[in-house]
Design a protein around this ligand. Structure first.
Ligand code: SAM
Length: 251
């Protein structure tokens, strides 16, 4: 996908993101889980977006900071009650370019896979490890890759059918680079809009290896935010990593 940068997904989807994905009943268990792990904070969200998770977490008394590459997404966050005061660094979370240490760093909703190379994903783990305080945790929510979605390395998949709109996802899969390039095409009476997204997926075992390279180890893994067991049929995982050794200096 030419000209696709770390800001592209957010810049294109910011206008419809909350309408498509913000369902408060789904976020409650996520927020409770993160609150329990992070305490009063400070905590850091990688790819904070429109604040779908960060704002309700902040309302529970947690000091939430964020990083995001898309100004359009951060503008949406800023326009919401409480959004103005959340410290957000604009940039790429492959390198966690923020000061200080955090009781919790988290990246949810498959956002870790927005880093499009193994090298960037490894760099991100290492950077997170340097920003975790004593006893701190790194939480990753991600899908378990399901290659049976693709026929001859591609899909169309109907995402949404409404009276005034249909959303179809067209994807191509590259198993060598573990990469999926997609366009969500929203067709309405007044025309079509394109919402591109590229991902580099990894299996849980590869994430665990990246964690070990960074001096982190898997503390817990669940199949959902309600701490459901992670089993063969799990479509998603919540992985909690912690530091193996003593605190390293921030570099
Ligand atoms: C799927 S959204 C998730 C937003 C929010 N975490 C949530 O759960 O609703 C992914 C977010 O990550 C941001 N993002 C994607 N790649 C990024 C990168 N390399 N560095 C920083 N932010 C990135 C996007 O701009 C977008 O806001």
């Amino acid at each position: 996908m030419g000209e696709y940068g770390s800001e592209t997904y957010g810049d294109k989807i910011a206008g419809v993101y909350d309408e498509w994905f913000d369902a408060p009943e789904d976020t409650e268990t996520t927020v409770d889980f993160l609150r329990e792990l992070g305490g009063a904070g400070p905590v850091l969200e990688l790819g904070i977006g429109t604040g779908r998770i960060a704002l309700p977490l902040g309302r529970k008394g947690v000091e939430v900071h964020g990083i995001d590459a898309s100004e359009a997404m951060v503008e949406k966050l800023r326009s919401k009650p409480g959004g103005e005061s959340v410290p957000v660094t604009l940039g790429d979370f492959a390198e966690v370019g923020v000061e200080g240490r955090f009781s919790l760093v988290y990246v949810v909703f498959n956002t870790f896979f927005a880093l499009l190379s193994q090298e960037d994903q490894v760099r991100c783990f290492a950077s997170v490890a340097r920003h975790l305080g004593a006893g701190g945790a790194f939480v990753v929510e991600a899908f378990v890759p399901d290659l049976s979605r693709f026929t001859f390395g591609q899909t169309p998949q109907t995402r949404h059918v409404g009276t005034d709109e249909v959303v179809i996802e067209y994807s191509r899969h590259d198993p060598v680079r573990q990469r999926v390039d997609s366009q969500n095409v929203a067709i309405r009476e007044d025309g079509a809009r394109l919402y591109p997204v590229s991902l580099r997926y990894a299996w849980p075992s590869e994430l665990d290896l990246m964690a070990r390279l960074a001096g982190l180890t898997l503390r817990e893994r669940y199949g959902g935010w309600n701490r459901q067991p992670f089993i063969q049929a799990s479509e998603t995982h919540i992985s909690v990593y912690e530091k193996i050794g003593p605190e390293a200096p921030i570099r």
